[in-house]
Design a protein around this ligand. Structure first.
Ligand code: FEO
Ligand code: CA
Ligand code: CA
Ligand code: CA
Length: 725
């Protein structure tokens, strides 16, 4: 969602970008400056060197065989115009319906949503949660197993990122006061997490509905028991009063983007967990210097109240665990380490409703946006790409130690333990010449030792719990807020959105604090002018970077990159609208990103810069490939490497959401005839007394005054055909 600030009384200010990287890594601009002065001219230098790089790279082992196509089909719909309407707008020939919204019961026994916040806290263990975000569709066989090819029956897992205050959840919005109401907090704890719901097509058509009362229906919340796996399991850093041996914990929080595994499980990703945990003033004096360094690097400074204030709701363990303050004689007597129990990739087996979700520590701890797998290839490692969504944070990948065996499909957490417990974590460096390096984050290598002066890493668990500090030490490239990633099923290239960054300053400025000069991979500095005044500056509109692994091997340690697309308003100057966007495809702040089975790329926005003109949106794209563009110079004067310009044939707006929403999360049935997208926080700038949206009921009733709610939307063609082609 757009970054909000100075709203401590809101239930969920979210502050997507309020963690900023304070490390002083040598910046990529320094490398450019050196090269510029050495060569005298960069223009042409980039193009020549990248051409050489690209030409040495073959087709990826990662892609190629997940479908029958070797190219992406053409876009076949009429572009949707930008608009500010309070409905989901889709192209002519398409229709929408609502699968589920906040508060809808998963059971047949709980009452329907009453639209007055009267639902009990406990009932949210059986109701759809709030703040719909990432999701994935799993085909469900008659025998109750994962069926990757089934389209008429499935299980949809949906993230519930946060409680959209002050609207829908409580009777009269969030109660005021320094101490929260226990009833309200309990409801919020259960409204976070993930919903798992069986869905089916009807006897005709391709739309789907939720199967209330299905034995597969489940809620995973911020109180659900979970197990740790991987190198940090059992480490002292994960020890709490709940789990004195550091092997288990409770709850998943602020589940933003998502992932999935080749063996048929769901991955949910813990992003802004800083929002639910507080730490008392004076706590530093009760900590080692090393602990304080770690807490501060992740934004958990002492004297920090969480926006949710869950730790103020009473003495019950359900509430006190949200304070990271030292209160006992040891870590086994308090929750000083609670902060370390969040920020992980969590696996849920949708086919086994009683299974215990697992947090895999080997994939590192940071503000995980999502976790996107490469196509699994027999005898090769399983590879996942990940982004840390805060200003100036890093891009990572995990390469499994175990080699893929398709016999593990359907084996749930047993397969998860095999592929996600042991492996190697890498962080990305984007070099100014279009090349890149994956730097290994393994204890004992690359300066990650107990002798390190930035932070003394005790062991591999310490490296993983403090992955950001490890990234600092190895000089990873600070990015403009990495959001979703996606792997092209046709050629294996990897795309990742960089949503925006207000911390970029002019190349001629002297950065202070967490400010950064632009670099070739994050090249923009300009001012977004609204009504004659500067509304935002830095990189307000975001961009999408992509890379091709060396030799087409997902496990490679080098790659070639360019910038696929720059977000911009169509009327912006050419050095801002670098990709040549027009009225049919201009957008700002890309966030959600997904390749469908045909290799069509879907781009979703979470914007606050172009929202004077249009609500957030989703576009469909036929991507090119790394190296199909040219060298360019971004506003502010920084050289960059961009992909081919967008045209109406290659990038086209497919959908515009209702007022003040974010479009996020996407899934499609294997036959490509039923699409799911999520609308998060419609009407987020309003209030109960002064609402600014009535979506989803406004979709069919323009006079509706019902509360706005986050919801999952089902999109089908009226002729029952494949989407977008
Ligand atoms: Fe929750 Fe990075 O968006
Ligand atoms: Ca976002
Ligand atoms: Ca969001
Ligand atoms: Ca997001």
């Amino acid at each position: 969602m757009p970054m909000l600030s100075g709203q401590p009384l809101q239930t969920s200010p979210m502050n997507d970008g309020d963690n900023t990287n304070p490390s002083d890594n040598t910046h990529i601009q320094d490398i450019i400056d050196v090269r510029l002065s050495r060569r005298g001219v960069l223009k042409g230098g980039i193009a020549a060197s990248t051409t050489a790089l690209f030409s040495g790279l073959g087709l990826s082992a990662c892609g190629g065989s997940s479908n029958n196509r070797n190219d992406t089909p053409s876009l076949s719909f009429d572009a949707v115009a930008k608009n500010l309407n309070d409905v989901v707008t889709v192209p002519a020939g398409y229709q929408v319906s609502i699968l589920h919204a906040l508060g809808d019961p998963l059971t047949t026994t709980d009452a329907a949503w009453a639209d007055n916040g009267s639902e009990s806290a406990d009932s949210y263990n059986r109701r759809i949660g709030d703040g719909h975000d990432g999701m994935h569709y799993f085909g469900l066989s008659d025998a109750g197993a994962f069926d990757a090819n089934r389209s008429d029956r499935g299980i949809l897992c949906v993230n519930h990122e946060y409680v959209v205050g002050p609207y829908a959840l409580h009777s009269n919005g969030r109660s005021a006061g320094a101490n929260r109401s226990a009833t309200e907090v309990e409801k919020e704890i259960y409204a976070h997490g993930v919903s798992v719901a069986e869905i089916r097509r009807g006897t005709s058509g391709t739309a789907m509905t939720m199967v209330r009362g299905s034995t597969y229906n489940r809620r995973v919340t911020s109180a659900t028991p979970m197990a740790f796996a991987g190198p940090a399991r059992g480490n002292a850093l994960l020890q709490t009063r709940y789990s004195t041996d550091g092997t288990t914990t409770r709850g998943t929080n602020n589940n933003c983007g998502n992932g999935y595994t080749p063996w048929g499980t769901y991955l949910t990703c813990e992003e802004n967990f800083t929002n639910v945990i507080g730490r008392a003033a004076g706590d530093n004096a009760l900590r080692s210097a090393k602990e304080v360094t770690a807490l501060n690097r992740y934004g958990m400074t002492q004297g920090r109240n969480s926006p949710y204030l869950w730790d103020t709701a009473g003495s019950d363990d359900l509430f006190v665990r949200w304070s990271a303050s030292v209160t006992g004689a040891s870590a086994a007597e308090d929750y000083r380490n609670i902060f370390n129990t969040f920020g992980w990739i969590v696996e849920i087996d949708p086919f086994n409703p009683n299974s215990t979700p697992v947090k895999y520590t080997g994939l590192g701890r940071f503000a995980h946006e999502g976790c996107w797998p490469c196509k699994a290839v027999a005898g090769k490692p399983v590879v996942f790409y990940m982004g840390d969504d805060s200003r100036n944070e890093y891009i990572y990948k995990f390469v499994s130690k175990a080699l893929w065996d398709a016999a593990d499909v359907g084996k749930g957490h047993t397969a998860g333990a095999r592929y996600m417990s042991e492996g190697t974590l890498y962080v990305a460096k984007f070099n100014s010449d279009g090349s890149g390096t994956w730097v290994e984050l393994t204890h004992g290598k690359n300066g990650l030792t107990a002798a390190n002066t930035t932070y003394p890493f005790a062991d591999q668990a310490d490296v993983l719990v403090n992955a950001r500090l490890a990234g600092d030490v190895v000089g990873a490239t600070k990015m403009d807020r990495p959001e979703w990633g996606a792997v092209n099923p046709i050629n294996g290239e990897v795309y990742m959105t960089l949503t925006n960054n207000s911390n970029r300053v002019s190349p001629t400025a002297t950065p202070t604090g967490s400010q950064l000069k632009p670099d070739t991979a994050n090249p923009r500095y300009y001012e977004d002018i609204k009504g004659g005044t500067t509304s935002q500056k830095g990189n307000p509109n975001g961009h999408i970077i992509r890379w091709r692994e060396a030799g087409g091997d997902p496990a490679a340690t080098t790659f070639a990159w360019d910038i696929y697309l720059f977000g911009a308003e169509a009327g912006a100057a050419a050095n801002v609208n670098l990709s040549g966007l027009t009225a049919v495809n201009d957008f700002s702040s890309p966030d959600g990103l997904w390749f469908d089975q045909n290799g069509m790329l879907w781009i979703q926005t979470d914007d606050g810069a172009y929202t004077d003109v249009t609500n957030c949106m989703m576009l469909a794209a036929v991507p090119g490939k790394v190296g199909d563009g040219s060298a360019a110079t971004a506003a502010g004067g920084t050289p960059t490497i961009k992909g081919a310009n967008a045209t109406e044939a290659t990038v086209r707006r497919f959908l515009v959401g209702p007022k003040q929403c974010e479009i996020t999360g996407i899934a499609m049935t294997p036959d490509r005839k039923t699409m799911f997208i999520n609308v998060q926080h419609p009407g987020e700038d309003g209030s109960l007394s002064s609402p600014t949206s009535a979506w989803p009921t406004s979709q069919t009733d323009a006079t509706s005054t019902k509360r706005p709610r986050s919801a999952t939307v089902v999109i089908t063609r009226t002729n029952g055909g494949e989407i977008a082609v």
